[in-house]
Ligand binder design. Structure first.
Ligand SMILES: [Zn+2]
Length: 486
């Protein structure tokens, strides 16, 4: 089975044929860093992280480029409102985005270029466009001449006469055509500016992505991604610029659906509660990742706390199996000495994830090959978990271990393996867990002694006190195991 992807430009699912066999180059429009991210912003991060993981698991040597738009009208406006320099706002929010991607287990891109670091490349691109008759300087700005590119509108499926005017500059009277868009914006007094042959100014948003994508991935590359809201005008304009300059540009255009708020307007207070920095203090980040990644990447998500809670419960079912099965795989049956009570994340921390693709069930691979069908891929995960739980209940350690390897291999592709980075606990927390584990073992030894003298009230009392302290005890065929209440 080969990978097929829905290409917005073709409006159909196409077989993925890379420019260079065995390699894949992907550009994703990253953050415009005028504010910290809410969950809507990081959905594309999660969706495309899964795509990159799947390309790599499928054997493609993948180069992933995601830019940062670190100067822009909105950043300048926010900075003006706070009375601070533009770069302070940009850097602060860039850090917030990095934190959010990290907290959700999105692997960093291979290269993360900033717009402000690529002005020379933009000047060269503008020069090529002007020389070829596709752009012109006017009133301190440089504009793309939309009428010079007959395919304009093909990506978003619009006819130019139905398109709205580009509202990217105030000097609209300098444009030849209201739909012409700014490649470069002349600086107002006091604004950050870079010198160009056409006067001092700063990058237009569309130009910077064309310049950075082709710098790192070449004039023709495989996949360009972004949110559905970027199809027009941003991606239409990127495509027009790069094709007009003579570059092939992206061969597949992938767009993720957006996150809406069910039943409520996105009020400011509600919006703040959905900031990634805030929501990860209330929800485990891995469960938030499961929630954002579980739907098909092209579908819209209507956010609701109930749906997030359901996703968390579904993830915990998977996690529970992985934890129990890993204990079975790690310890011989019959070890019922209470002093040997184990806690999965301490005894198994650092266990290597199974080699990618080795143990992947066919249904899982087929689902992801079919336009990254995560819902069906997750169904395969849950099927394996169900069978693995049956195997555990039946005391069939071999079958449970096989299912565990499959489940972990699948979760690795989805970035959700509870025993792999970044979800496995380490460091001081682990030290603390070992101390708690030792204390729990003392209490369990006393419970065992109480049972042996048939003082069941005392035995139950010990369990209840552990419970009250936040420690859940489960008696398993391999002896008692404990975990902290969530
Ligand atoms: Zn872009």
């Amino acid at each position: 089975m080969t990978l097929r992807l829905y290409d917005t430009a073709a409006r159909s699912v196409r077989e993925f044929v890379p420019v260079v066999p065995g390699k894949a180059a992907l550009y994703l429009c990253g953050a415009t860093v005028q504010a910290p991210p809410h969950i809507g912003h990081v959905r594309s991060g999660v969706s495309f992280d899964i795509l990159v993981r799947w390309l790599r698991a499928s054997g493609y040597q993948t180069t992933f480029c995601r830019n940062v738009t670190d100067i822009d009208d909105k950043i300048i406006r926010v900075a003006g409102g706070e009375g601070v320099p533009w770069w302070l706002v940009a850097q602060r929010n860039e850090r917030a985005f990095s934190r959010a991607y990290d907290s959700l287990g999105c692997r960093p891109p291979d290269v993360e270029p900033r717009a402000t670091g690529h002005v020379p490349e933009m000047i060269i691109l503008m020069r090529r466009l002007i020389d070829r008759g596709h752009a012109y300087a006017a009133g301190g700005d440089v504009y793309f001449d939309v009428s010079s590119y007959p395919e304009y509108g093909a990506l978003s499926g619009q006819r130019p006469e139905h398109m709205r005017a580009a509202d990217d500059t105030e000097s609209n009277d300098a444009k030849r055509n209201p739909r012409d868009f700014a490649l470069w914006k002349g600086a107002k007094p006091g604004e950050q500016a870079w010198d160009t042959p056409w006067g001092p100014g700063r990058p237009g948003w569309h130009l910077e992505c064309s310049a950075m994508a082709t710098k790192y991935l070449g004039p023709t590359f495989d996949i360009h991604g972004g949110g559905l809201d970027l199809v027009f005008p941003h991606h239409e304009n990127e495509l027009a610029q790069s094709r007009s300059a003579g570059d092939g540009f992206a061969r597949y255009w992938l767009h993720n659906g957006l996150v809406g708020i069910a039943g409520e307007k996105m009020s400011k207070s509600l919006g703040n509660s959905l900031l990634v920095d805030v929501i990860v203090t209330k929800v485990r980040p891995v469960e938030l990742r499961y929630y954002l990644g579980q739907a098909h990447y092209r579908s819209a998500i209507e956010y609701s706390p109930d749906a997030l809670a359901e996703a968390g419960a579904a993830y915990r079912r998977i996690e529970g199996f992985v934890t129990r099965a890993a204990e079975v795989a790690a310890s011989p049956p019959g070890a019922d000495d209470p002093a040997a009570a184990v806690h999965a994340s301490t005894s198994l921390a650092g266990t290597e994830a199974p080699a990618a693709a080795m143990a992947l069930p066919t249904a899982f691979s087929a689902a992801l090959d079919d336009d990254l069908g995560v819902p069906l891929a997750l169904a395969a995960v849950h099927d394996a978990v169900r069978d693995g739980n049956n195997a555990l209940a039946a005391g069939d350690a071999d079958r449970a271990t096989t299912r565990l390897a499959e489940v972990r291999a699948m979760l690795d592709v989805l970035g959700l393996d509870p025993l792999a980075e970044p979800w496995v606990s380490r460091g001081p927390e682990d030290d603390l867990q070992q101390v708690v584990g030792a204390l729990v073992s003392v209490a369990l030894a006393q419970r065992q002694a109480a049972r042996e003298r048939k003082d069941y009230a005392a035995a139950d009392g010990i369990r209840d006190e552990l419970h009250a302290a936040g420690v859940l005890i489960e008696d398993t065929p391999n002896g008692p195991r404990w975990e902290l209440k969530r």
